[in-house]
Design a protein around this ligand. Sequence first.
Ligand code: PMP
Length: 398
Amino acid sequence: MQRMGSTEYVSRATNEDLERILAYAGRPGMISLAGGLPDPSVFPREELSEIAGMVIGEMGQDALQYSAAMGVPKLRERISRYMEEELGIGGQGPDSVLVTTGSQESLFSISMSLLREGDAVFTENPTYFVAYTVFREFGARVRPSPMEEDGIDTHSLEAAVRSEEPGRRKFIYVMPVAQNPTGASMGEEKKRHILEIASQYDLMVIEDDPYGLINYSGARPRPLKSMDGEGRVIYLSTFSKVLAPGLRIGWAAGDPGLLSSVSRVKQLIDLNTNTLSQYICSEALERRLIQRNIGRVVEAYRRKRDWMDQALRSEFGDRVSYVLPDSGMFIFARFQGVDTRKMVMRAVESGVLYLPGDSTFVSDPDYSTARLNFSYPGREEISEGIRRLGRVFRPSSP
Ligand code: PMP
């Protein structure tokens, strides 16, 4: 915490890894395997540029104006249709959709609306490190349950929920498809169990699903929301990974009453999500641009995942272990005998940036882990980046 006069001005939840990624990723010669950036070569730039021109030229009167806090009606309607057709999530009409500035803002606005000092939020361990940083920012106690190969240990989750006073239990936060950082997808049994726990203990579930369409196996798992008979799940998604993150358009889908109350908090933050971007996304949905482009994205990332897999095997052999993810953008690797936290600055000096895995653990960190991104770097950068890691993580001589 820092202060000016008597005023404290740094939040309690600043995350030094996030700051490091932002500070060093742009250094000349730096190979960043740390962030979660899409590959800009898969942005459908020409068509987006044409859409942007058309939207400003023909709809500028509204597209350049302020708009409703819940989102532009046409976009909410098209997102509702997109969820039904592409994600298998039915029954979410436009009233059940809140447009946000990326999913990150959904996480922030929902937390700000719901969380009070000392409330319990139940998460996977490891989890998306920026999400638990937000929960803590609003005073929540984050209660983690370990990840298994097919998702969160739901028995541990149930025990954690049971151990909290009913008034203190706020929500369960999970990524059932392509979990960040592990890349794991949740089995059907676990998904059903989570819904049962939510029902039995009268809890909400926040399902965060930015990577659902980025699947390499051809057998995309269904979202938890598609199985949500009691309306307990708030589903979060985004166009960041399937279209372009610079548009900053995401959404939350679920109970209209809850979302309308979240939108009142959102209004205090930014009045409304960027109207122009909403018009662009709305037109992109109408033209099925995501559906036409996603094949190219998945192909590019599958190749990169495989290059990283080969590079790791040849550099580290059996000193590295991981489950090759069939979706998402990361390999979550364990490096035998290495403390990745201790090595992070040496890696920066050697020109490679990664996310030390301990940052993704709410408790009981595994210091031998690192989250490595393969969507952004090119082929040469992947091999060179892993070579540099090989030098940094070299076992010290006896
Ligand atoms: N949730 C998860 C799990 C993520 O990985 C990310 C981005 N890395 C976000 C939310 C936020 O994405 P955006 O705000 O760009 O939609």
